[in-house]
Design a protein around this ligand. Structure first.
Ligand SMILES: C[S@@+](CC[C@H](N)C(=O)[O-])C[C@H]1O[C@@H](n2cnc3c(N)ncnc32)[C@H](O)[C@@H]1O
Length: 221
C-alpha cells in the first residue's frame, strides 16, 4: 500500500527544504529547464505532484495553463492548490491509472514521487502513455551516492539525522525513517536507465550533489 502523505502534508515543504539544505528547489528548477527547453507553452503534467513545487516551476517557465497536478493525497494537493489556484488543475488520482487520453502531454515531470509507487512499472507505463511522441519526461529521485567514501556520512545523515529532524518538526519519526529505507531499495543509475529504456525511451542520467539526487531525462520516440 502507498504511504499516506496526508499525515505529513502540513510540514512537508519546510522539512524538504531543511533536509536538502534548500537544494530541492534548485534540482526541480534545473529539471524543468531541460523538460520545457525550446517549447512554446508546452502542456505539462506533474505526476505525484504533492505540494506542487515542480508544477510551480513548470508554470514559471511558461507552461500552458493550467499545469496538471496529480497525486493520491488530497492534503498535499490542497497545499498545491493554495500556491497556484488558477494556474494549476489539481486532481486526486493514482499515477498507476492516469485519467487522461494517450499522447496528450508535451512534458511529463515527476519529482521524488516514483519511489513511492506501489508498482513502479505501472506508473512509468502510464507516464509514457500520456506523453506525446517526441515529448519529454523528467524524473527526479533521491539515491545513495556511488562513492564509498561518502557512504558513512550519507548513512549517518539519512539514518539518524533525518529521522530525528522528522520527529522534532513533523512529530513523525516513522515517515522519516521510511525515507532512507525507500531510497536504499529503489533502483538507480544503469538499472533505472534500463527500466526506462525498456519503455522505448531515449534516456540520459544526470547526477546532482554527488549522486544523492538523480535526474533521468527521457525522450519518447
Ligand atoms: C515525496 S512526495 C513528492 C512531492 C513533490 N513531487 C515534490 O517534488 O516534493 C511523494 C508524493 O507522491 C505521491 N504518490 C505516491 N504514490 C502515488 C501514486 N501512485 N499516484 C499518485 N501520487 C502518488 C504521494 O502522495 C506524495 O505526495
Amino acid at each position: 500500500m502507498a504511504y499516506d502523505f496526508d499525515k505529513i502534508a502540513d510540514n512537508y515543504d519546510r522539512l524538504n527544504h531543511l533536509m536538502t539544505f534548500g537544494m530541492d528547489r534548485y534540482w526541480r528548477r534545473h529539471g524543468v529547464r531541460w523538460l520545457t527547453r525550446g517549447q512554446w507553452r508546452p502542456k505539462c503534467i506533474d505526476v505525484a505532484s504533492g505540494t506542487g513545487d515542480l508544477a510551480f516551476e513548470m508554470y514559471r517557465v511558461g507552461a500552458a495553463e493550467p499545469v496538471v497536478c496529480v497525486d493520491l493525497s488530497q492534503k498535499m494537493l490542497d497545499i498545491a492548490n493554495d500556491k497556484m489556484s488558477l494556474e494549476a488543475e489539481c486532481i486526486v488520482a493514482d499515477a498507476e491509472a492516469l485519467p487522461f487520453e494517450d499522447s496528450c502531454f508535451d512534458c511529463v515531470g515527476c519529482a521524488f514521487g516514483i519511489r513511492n509507487f506501489v508498482h513502479l512499472e505501472e506508473g512509468l507505463r502510464e507516464m509514457v502513455r500520456v506523453l506525446k511522441p517526441g515529448g519529454r519526461m523528467m524524473i527526479l529521485e533521491l539515491a545513495t551516492p556511488d562513492n564509498p567514501m561518502l557512504r558513512p556520512f550519507y548513512n549517518l545523515y539519512t539514518r539518524h539525522v533525518i529521522p530525528w529532524i522528522g520527529e522534532r518538526i513533523a512529530h513523525n519519526r516513522e515517515a522519516y525513517t521510511y525515507l532512507p529505507e525507500s531510497i536504499e531499495h529503489f533502483p538507480k543509475g544503469k538499472v533505472m536507465k534500463k527500466i526506462l529504456s525498456d519503455f522505448g525511451l531515449e534516456v540520459r542520467q544526470r547526477k546532482l550533489f554527488f549522486g544523492v539526487c538523480r535526474m533521468y531525462l527521457s525522450i519518447k520516440s
